[in-house]
Design a protein around this ligand. Sequence first.
Ligand code: FAD
Length: 264
Amino acid sequence: MQIVVCIKQVPDTAEVKIDRKTNTLIREGVPSIINPFDLHAVEEALLLRERCGGAVTALSMGPPQVEAALREALSLGVDQAVLLSDRAFAGADTLATSYTLAAGIRKIGAFDLILCGKQAIDGDTAQVGPEIAEWLDVPHLTYVSGIDEMILAEPARITVSRLVEGGYEQVRSSLPSLLTVVRELNEPRLPSFRASLRARTQAITVWGAADLDVDPERLGIDGSPTGVSRVFVPEYDRQGQIFAGGPEDQARALVDLLRSTRLI
Ligand SMILES: Cc1cc2nc3c(=O)[nH]c(=O)nc-3n(C[C@H](O)[C@H](O)[C@H](O)COP(=O)(O)OP(=O)(O)OC[C@H]3O[C@@H](n4cnc5c(N)ncnc54)[C@H](O)[C@@H]3O)c2cc1C
């Protein structure tokens, strides 16, 4: 079974800093991690490989420093890592990002499954996974919290549980397909010391625009129809309401307030 896992390197901070002039994320000086949801995608790919055999490829698009994220994926046990990196990819919105990643997946070769995180914790759009599926013309299943059945014999198919409001939904799809995954799916493993050492020297394949079968006008900022007019972190009023009286009066006042605002 051939599995591609898309991993994004994101800033290791809950509070993403924004360049007010360009409205893009400031990445300099901020430590980076693999997008947490993508670690669950890597884990599931490794579990599926252990069960069904085959190979797992980790794929990322970004600047050269994204190699660190791919090395971490190698230390977790993926078979190969591919980085799509080129100045022409810079400033990509989700459409251009997914277009480029889809081209990378086509170049990697035949696949049974593509795994993505539910969303990136910086961009937060949750668009890239489904968009990759559209470019590759394969079905996509989002918010996957469990893989219930995987049949590789023809007709190849997969049955998954999806996290939906108030419960789960079981859905079946043909393979190949693309899944976006949530935290409930599994518990990501930690790399062993030996694997981390080995990953330091493992080769990472790097492809630029010239290596891919792409229309240059669909790449990077030129291929990005999204216009960001303003990006901001909401300001919270932490003052809140202070209730008078003893604990019981305060509790009663709080319950009255929650009822009156229909929060309970
Ligand atoms: C006009 C505009 C300009 C932008 N310019 C920049 C810029 O200059 N620099 C910049 O860094 N960002 C830029 N962005 C943000 C960029 O669009 C997003 O970082 C990117 O498209 C992914 O979207 P997302 O973070 O919402 O991912 P989501 O759709 O929330 O991610 C879902 C999943 O898709 C996969 N995925 C997402 N991105 C990648 C990736 N790069 N590689 C591998 N897998 C991935 C992962 O599995 C992830 O869990 C720009 C956005 C806009 C709208």
